[in-house]
Design a protein around this ligand. Structure first.
Ligand SMILES: NC(=O)c1ccc[n+]([C@@H]2O[C@H](COP(=O)([O-])OP(=O)(O)OC[C@H]3O[C@@H](n4cnc5c(N)ncnc54)[C@H](OP(=O)(O)O)[C@@H]3O)[C@@H](O)[C@H]2O)c1
Length: 248
């Protein structure tokens, strides 16, 4: 029986580490053709080479999601190489949290540019192809912070609430085109994400929290695989998961 993943063309942003990398590995092992985007090209090239050596089909292209033309090139390259795009995973993101009163304007700008505009650019790049195909699946990555706001995390939470709002609007708008939409909201998952925190005291707290609570990145990859592998007439719209130990 088909797993509904084999042979699908999947574009993943932020594929150079963490959730994106784990997802590329799992989907490739299940037969997907993966197009990997991130800025650290050495990482995604090594990953593509590894997946190819295991019999998969994987291509890496340097992509900064804050640049629309680069995201469009990534998606267009997938269509050119593999003939179509079945799944767009807007995963790239960062989390330089700090209290608002510290006025970390550059961090705010970066979170808005990567976490919100990067997702919008991914939608813009994939949607025309999917409309034409009359099929496709757009998966956006929010967070528990897209459901709950905590002091010290207002801007990150705002970006992840925005991802959920965009995903719900998108879900309703793409009905005529037979496109599925999923927003996945993870709790603490062991990745390089805490490294994006720029304030030393906040970073230290995150490191401790992640060491105590975080679960492996494969947990996210399995959620993605579940959403994709459901039959085409089933649209898994939202997945929220946490480490069993995580209270917030
Ligand atoms: N880990 C968690 O606990 C957790 C929980 C909830 C939500 N999330 C979300 O999950 C997503 C993935 O994060 P992660 O946990 O896997 O963290 P990670 O290991 O730090 O990975 C982040 C990825 O985003 C990419 N990225 C950052 N800025 C980018 C840019 N301008 N253009 C393209 N790619 C960019 C990075 O690649 P390059 O640096 O190579 O460009 C990297 O591949 C994020 O949206 C994050 O908010 C994570």
């Amino acid at each position: 029986m088909s797993n509904n993943i084999e042979g699908k063309v999947v574009v993943i942003t932020g594929a150079s580490s963490g959730l994106g990398e784990a997802t590329a590995r799992l989907l490739s092992a299940q037969g997907a053709n993966v197009m990997l985007g991130a800025r650290r090209v050495d990482r995604i090239q090594a990953l593509a080479a590894e997946l190819t050596s295991r019999g998969g089909k994987a291509i890496a292209i340097t992509t900064d999601v804050t640049r629309y033309e680069q995201v469009k090139s990534l998606v267009d390259a997938a269509v050119q190489a593999f003939g179509r795009i079945d799944v767009m995973i807007n995963n790239a993101g960062l989390m330089p949290q700090s209290p608002l009163e510290r006025l970390k304007i550059n961090d705010w700008d970066q979170m808005i540019d990567v976490n919100i505009k990067g997702v919008l650019y991914g939608i813009a790049a994939a949607l025309p192809h999917m409309k034409q195909q009359k099929s496709g699946h757009i998966i956006n990555v929010s967070s528990v912070a897209g459901h709950k706001v905590r002091a010290g995390g207002a801007v990150y939470a705002a970006t992840k609430h925005a991802v959920r709002a965009l995903s719900e609007g998108l879900r309703q708008e793409v009905k005529p085109y037979n496109i599925r939409t999923t927003v996945i909201s993870p709790g603490a998952v062991a990745t390089e994400l805490p490294n994006s925190v720029t304030e030393p005291d906040v970073a230290e707290n995150f490191q401790k929290f992640y060491e105590a609570f975080a679960i492996p990145a494969d947990s996210f990859a399995r959620a993605v695989a579940y959403a994709i592998s459901e039959p085409e007439d089933v649209d898994i719209n939202e997945i929220l998961f946490r480490p069993t130990k995580q209270e917030v």
